[in-house]
Ligand binder design. Structure first.
Ligand code: PRT
Ligand code: ZN
Length: 283
């Protein structure tokens, strides 16, 4: 049986549970303890603080984990990054009091930088051949310059609102992060097979994101024109309607081009257009 570690509470918790649920792995609400077994896939879910997930996976306490790339890089534990999951997006950036002039990382030479990510910061400074004082603090990093504890900060930024509120300006992005699926490097063959099965499900869920299933009725003589407008997984599906000379056409369309395609289809005579959400796409 596989064991996957996810964040017990916090920013990644809900989306991790939602992703597992979409892949058919549900854990009964209310029955959530530190460790819970899924009813529908041979997997156990272990709830941890995100800081502890890389180590738990490296040690094999959990076979898999869902955690921010920022934590994986900071902890430098020997884990394998299996897949990027597309949520929990943020960046690790350097920020300064907004009135400071910044042109390059050289600015930081001899300065004090407050952060909860000393390892990633040190690696960046070493790469840039800059020596700065790293002040590790656990939280409220953003207020460090305001209270005179530091000249700059290195912290997670998402919308940037927190920086603005504290009179800071983002000057350098060091790492673009998102939630990733990590694995113990030496999984047994049996566990690897379960992981493949899990990845197959995750990919089907991901593929369907932003895709819509569209049905419409169309005069038969317009089918060729409609096919030219539409992308299809292979080609659109066609079904004859009871009314002679008409067909029902089914196709999967990316949300980004949905309205544009619908307008084109209407213009050539498509009617009764239905747009349905798509849950999974298995190729
Ligand atoms: O209790 P536990 O240790 O498990 O949780 P935690 O408090 O350490 O982490 P948590 O739940 O805050 O974040 C978990 C993960 O979410 C992080 O490791 C990142 O990978 C990811 N993530 C995505 C973020 C953000 N977005 C984010 N905005 N983590 C933190 N923030 C902070 C940011 O530092 C700022 O202070 O949210 C604040 C608001 O950001 P702005 O820029 O939108 O204002
Ligand atoms: Zn944490």
């Amino acid at each position: 049986m596989l064991r996957i570690a996810i964040q017990a509470k916090g920013r990644l918790n809900e989306e991790s549970i939602a992703l597992l649920a979409e892949a058919g792995i549900t854990v009964e609400e209310g029955k959530r303890k530190l460790l819970t077994r899924s009813q529908d896939f041979d997997i156990e879910v272990l709830y941890l603080r995100d800081d502890d997930i890389p180590q738990a996976v490296a040690m094999g306490v959990a076979d898999l984990g869902i955690v921010g790339l920022n934590e994986v890089q900071e902890k430098e534990q020997p884990v394998e990054i299996v897949h990027s999951l597309g949520f929990g997006k943020c960046r690790l950036s350097i920020a300064l009091p907004k009135e400071q002039n910044y042109t390059s990382p050289r600015f930081l030479e001899g300065k004090r930088v407050a952060t909860s990510y000393p390892v990633i910061l040190k690696n960046f400074l070493d790469k840039e051949k800059v020596s700065a004082e790293i002040h590790e603090i656990a939280g409220s990093v953003e207020i460090a310059p305001l209270v005179g504890m530091a000249d700059a900060i290195f912290d997670i930024v998402s919308s940037g609102a927190t920086l603005i509120t504290n009179g800071l300006r983002e000057v350098e992005t060091v790492l673009a992060s998102e939630a990733v699926l990590i694995a113990t490097p030496s999984l047994s063959e049996e566990k690897k097979r379960s992981l493949d099965q899990l990845m197959f499900r995750f990919e089907a869920v991901e593929r369907s994101r932003g895709m819509k299933y569209v049905l419409m009725n169309l005069p038969d003589e317009k089918i060729a024109e409609a096919t030219a407008i539409l992308p299809g997984m292979k080609s659109p599906t066609l079904l004859p309607l009871a009314m002679k000379g008409w067909s029902s056409l089914h196709v999967v369309i990316n949300e980004k081009v949905l309205w544009q395609k619908i307008e084109q289809l209407k213009a050539i005579g498509a009617e009764d257009i239905l747009v349905l959400s798509l849950e999974k796409m298995i190729l």
